[in-house]
Design a protein. Structure first.
Ligand code: PHE
Ligand code: ZN
Length: 881
């Protein structure tokens, strides 16, 4: 179906279902190409629905084999069945049962939605609307049912059979080579949380006792031979379960909790009740095949999916417009968990980097949408950084605004009041309005209004009056469908930094700001701080207290002072980022002269050198963040129009190289001091040391390529872990020449047979900022390590290339053409992966006219392709609108 024909689904059109399904009994007989599904539904009219309505069950590419009502086969005139649905024209106006038989072909399911096979393992993915690819159903999250599932399969092919809930029985099927398992999930759930897994899998397991005394069997299932790589995921699971008990008072509620890793998966992972299914990239880890970053993301995603058990499963979404109800909140929860497990300031910095690079860029382009969208054509295109990451920021702001205490009571109230329901954002916010006694109706605008607010700040110091006056003003740029914007509620955490640190905050009324929090909720605000004994530096948006852009014109000298004296680590980091950003924006603008960059480079070099001398070993993870400049794409977004990626990249390269040169004398001593002794350990302190060491390696590669190349070779050959060896490869990619090619080849040799490691190898090459990269990527598509059929491979190589600012945005348009062609080809097999890839075009409108024209042409080529999926045509049309 073309998007133009696809209906626009609107939030305001929500109506409760006319029918409810109390119980579902599934009997699924697994077969690679002919899987039989028998579904027994106990239906009844919904008191809140229409009584004279027909019964319309959703389907997607289904074939009906048999149908009966209350056990009696139905006459063909009583219903209409097709691939996309099953309608009972005149269902009884009382409770009744339907028995539906369908047959599906898991092996042919390349969309990876519904039931499919991944490397000989049967698995399912039902969010958002994949269950209708298994059987006809009321596939909407507000229809919640109790599931009993019988799975049957050939013993040899699928010795392991898993579904949601608790295992009730297992046994042989007499007279055959088959066996079965019976699962029962007592918690009513929407169909999108259904899952099954069947296959030959190894596992690791551990017993767990919840705080309220329930014995739970935890297990992580992986492909045969990979059990040695499942330990970190299991360990993370135990830690996040304890944490949720302690911090949110949430206990687990079944006797088993299973995690399964599969190698073909469209997303990161899925929170199916009691049976989380993961992209294996977010489960498998050992020092040789996973980086520190992988260990951290596994920990975070295991936690994320586990936390969904309460925020998502026990309390689910009334409709898909409420997606942020579970996703924003659950991202917030996993961020908090990681902050407690690791370094809170460093985690915040990393999260803000992600927010800016993914969400701010989405908000600034044609795909911008509110945290709670009002309309969609394809819901799968709304699993976005805005719903997830900005959604988490909204929760974070809420906590800052009402305080920790009221936030906690609000969460408790939400868990108590909404447990077992399919809820809305309104119901969620009502809990916090109640717990805090505040009117949150203005705050709720965060869910409705798209775009990144800008805060313009300026200050005046009056020495005679010892008064510092701070003026704040806000505005939000127009976004698609929202030309006019209202002021947002912006919690601005702040401090005044003096020579000896923070100055006391006193205002005339002391009505606000005494606690370092100012709420900017109108167009502008002016605050006078009294008794200010010296000209202060305003430290605004401490901890990044609101997802906004801050425009504050501090001198380079003030920013450098802020970097050394601010008590807020986030703003210390931000101060140097601001210096770099400003210089790069100036040098990267069309027609800019890069002369000014030299002075800034010298200043930054001196500051960083002093910082490394004094502080580097105290907190290496923080130091690594300080050394890392804003990415070229961040600078492009700051410039915002007529962007020339080559100019930005050149400026970025020049600044990095100059900083590297300034640090060169200190480099080898510091790298030595940072070396971790003994065998690899994944803890955040060791990871921090490696991060800083490897940040320095990258700078060395730029500032002294010959020595840098030798360092990379040496680190690759002697490194005992993937973090260091991959960092060596990445640094080497900055140095063109024979040695680079040799290391690339060595790497492939060393990790042959390790697809997840080779993904990183593919990506490192796709990111090389040189014109030959496009040809290299084309060649790599023919490498045995690549496959268009596996989402991880596509994201690594093609997604990597699309993230390569200068090469995707080649002036000749060849980068756009290449990606567009792949989107079109991929759309035939996996529309979701194709449409995500097409999302790489989201910033095309800010480019200089030549590139903009080329990008538009490539998008047009996609949009005009016949028989596009709804996923891809929706993105193409919105991008071009
Ligand atoms: N709900 C999953 C998560 O965020 C993401 C997901 C969405 C996975 C849709 C698959 C399909 O945890
Ligand atoms: Zn989630």
């Amino acid at each position: 179906m073309r998007t133009d024909d696809a209906p626009l689904i609107r939030l305001e059109d929500y109506r409760p279902s006319d029918w409810l399904i109390d119980t579902v009994d599934l009997d699924i007989s697994l077969h690679p190409t002919q899987t039989r599904v028998r579904s027994l539904l106990a239906l009844r009219p919904n008191p809140a629905g229409q009584t004279d309505a027909p019964l319309v069950l959703d389907g997607d590419e289904l074939a009906l084999k048999a149908l009966s009502l209350d056990g009696e086969p139905l006459d063909a005139s009583a219903y209409a069945a097709g691939p996309q649905g099953l309608t009972l024209h005149a269902p009884p106006r009382r409770g009744f049962t339907l028995t539906i038989e369908t047959e599906i072909d898991p092996a042919a399911n390349t969309k990876l939605m519904g039931l499919y096979r991944s490397s000989r393992v049967y698995c399912t993915q039902c969010e958002a609307d994949g269950f209708r690819r298994i059987t006809y159903f009321l596939d909407r999250p507000d229809v919640m049912s109790v599931y009993t599932v019988r799975l049957e399969a050939a013993k040899a092919e699928a010795p392991v059979l898993l579904s949601n809930g608790n295992l009730v029985a297992t046994g042989e099927v007499p007279g055959s080579d088959r066996h079965f398992a019976l699962w029962h999930d007592p918690h009513p759930k929407p169909a999108y949380l259904f899952a099954l897994v069947g296959g030959a899998l190894d596992h690791v397991r551990q017993d767990y006792v919840t705080a309220d005394g329930r014995k739970v069997e935890l297990a992580v299932y992986v492909e045969p031979g990979k059990a040695g790589r499942a330990g970190w995921a299991l360990d993370s699971l135990v830690r996040c379960m304890r944490w949720d008990e302690k911090v949110f008072g949430r206990n687990y509620d079944l006797d088993v909790f299973n995690v399964v890793a599969v190698s073909d998966f469209n997303m990161g992972a899925m929170e199916n009740k009691g049976l989380n299914i993961f992209n294996d990239k977010y489960v498998l880890a050992d020092p040789q095949t996973a980086t520190d970053g992988d260990y951290a993301s596994i920990e975070a995603i295991i936690a994320h999916e586990y936390f969904h058990n309460w925020t998502g499963n026990r309390i689910t979404c009334r409709d898909w417009f409420q997606l942020c109800l579970k996703e924003g909140l659950t991202v917030f929860r996993d961020q908090e968990f990681s902050s407690d497990e690791r370094s809170r300031p460093v985690k915040r910095i990393a999260d803000v980097r992600t927010l800016r690079s993914t969400q701010f860029s989405e908000d600034a382009g044609p795909l911008a949408h509110p945290v709670r969208p009002r309309a969609y054509k394809e819901i799968n295109n709304f699993y976005t950084p805005t719903v997830y990451e900005k959604g988490a920021e909204v929760i974070r702001m809420l906590k800052v605004l009402i305080g920790d205490d009221a936030f906690k009571r609000g969460m408790d109230l939400y868990f108590e009041r909404c447990d077992g329901t399919a809820a809305t954002i309104e119901e969620f916010l009502a809990c916090f309005a109640e717990s805090s006694g505040r009117d949150l109706s203005h705050f709720a605008r965060w869910y409705e209004q798209a775009g990144t607010p800008a805060i313009v700040a300026s200050g005046r110091y009056d020495a005679a009056e010892q008064r510092y006056t701070l003026d704040l003003a806000q505005s939000t740029p127009p976004t698609p469908g929202q030309a006019e914007k209202e002021p947002m509620v912006l919690p601005v955490r702040l401090g005044l930094v003096g020579t000896e640190g923070d100055l006391p905050l006193r205002t005339q009324s002391n009505a606000y700001a005494g606690d370092g929090l100012v709420v900017l909720d109108g167009p502008s605000l002016s605050i006078a701080f009294e008794g200010v004994t010296e000209p202060p530096i305003p430290s605004l948006l401490r901890g990044f207290s609101a997802p906004a852009r801050l425009e504050l014109d501090l001198s380079e000298a003030d920013l450098l002072r802020q970097f050394t004296r601010d008590s807020d680590s986030f703003n210390r980091w931000q101060a140097l980022q601001s210096i770099a950003t400003r210089a790069l924006v100036a040098a990267g603008r069309p027609g800019a002269d890069s002369g000014a960059l030299g002075a800034t480079a010298a200043e930054l070099g001196r500051a960083l050198d002093g910082f490394l001398a004094a502080d580097a070993l105290a907190d290496p993870a923080f130091a690594a963040q300080v050394l890392r400049l804003p990415a070229p794409a961040d600078i492009a977004r700051e410039i915002g129009k007529a962007v020339d990626p080559d100019a930005i990249f050149a400026a970025h390269r020049a600044l990095s190289t100059a900083i590297g040169s300034a640090l060169l004398p200190r480099l080898s001593g510091l790298r030595q001091a940072l070396e971790t002794k003994g065998p690899y350990r994944a803890d955040s302190a060791s990871a921090g040391r490696r991060a800083l060491r490897n940040e320095l390696l990258g700078l060395a590669a730029l500032a002294a390529p010959a020595d840098g190349a030798a360092l990379c070779e040496q680190q690759f050959e002697t490194g005992d872990n993937l973090t260091d060896r991959l960092a060596a490869l990445a640094a080497m990619t900055l140095i063109p020449g024979e040695r680079r090619e040799r290391l690339i080849a060595r790497f492939a040799e060393a990790y042959a047979g390790e697809p997840l490691v080779l993904d990183k190898w593919l990506m490192a090459q796709a990111l090389i900022a040189e014109p030959a990269t496009l040809e290299r990527v084309r060649e790599l598509m023919r490498h045995p390590a690549f496959s268009l059929g596996n989402p991880n491979r596509v994201r690594a190589l093609i997604g990597g290339f699309a993230a390569n600012l200068t090469q995707f945005n080649r002036a000749d348009g060849a980068g756009y053409g290449f990606v567009a062609d792949i989107v079109i080809a991929l759309d035939r097999t996996n529309p979701q992966v194709a449409s995500r890839l097409l999302g790489s075009f989201k910033s095309w409108r800010m480019l200089e006219p030549g590139r903009r024209r080329q990008a538009q042409e490539a998008l047009g080529l996609v949009a005009r392709t016949p028989n596009l999926s709804r996923d891809v045509s929706d993105i193409a049309e919105r991008a071009l609108a």
